[in-house]
Design a protein around this ligand. Structure first.
Ligand code: HEC
Length: 113
């Protein structure tokens, strides 16, 4: 009887682990996309076009536009790190890995355009 219970518990745990593993192995969003949506979308909009009240008020450019996409990865990373006019600086708030993730996501936004 006890053995039976144990087996049920172990099987249950394995199943939960497996589901968790699958969810982790195929994330619906990239790291950059998740970050962008939580930290940047308030001003840049979820699609990066800046068509949100804060973006319009502060003058955020459409991130998928040629003016923005024409800049190098280093230049975009620089703006995110050091800020620019009303764009806040993220140095110290994001890790060195998160900034390239965000730049990669900005490139994705450019492709969708
Ligand atoms: C408080 C509002 C605000 C937030 C939050 C914000 N931005 Fe910005 N961002 C701006 C504004 C305004 C500009 C335009 C700056 C300028 O050129 O005057 C800008 C410019 C930029 C640019 C340069 C594009 C250009 O115009 O050449 C990049 C890249 C950028 N933001 C990325 C990000 C990323 C990535 C995040 C999240 C980590 C983020 N921003 C969060 C307001 C914001």
């Amino acid at each position: 009887m006890k053995r039976e219970m144990l087996r049920v518990v172990v099987t249950g745990m394995l199943l939960v682990g497996l589901i968790g593993f699958c969810a982790e192995a195929s994330p619906a969003q990239s790291a950059g996309e998740t970050l962008f949506k939580t930290k940047c979308a308030a001003c840049h909009g979820p699609d990066g076009k800046g068509e949100v009240p804060m973006g319009k008020k502060l003058g955020a450019r459409n991130l998928s536009s040629t003016e923005v996409q024409g800049q190098s990865d280093a230049q975009l990373a620089d703006v995110v790190t050091k800020g620019k006019n009303k764009m806040p600086a993220y140095a110290g708030k994001l890790t060195k890995e998160q900034i390239p993730d965000l730049v990669a996501y900005i490139r994705e936004l450019g492709k969708k355009h």
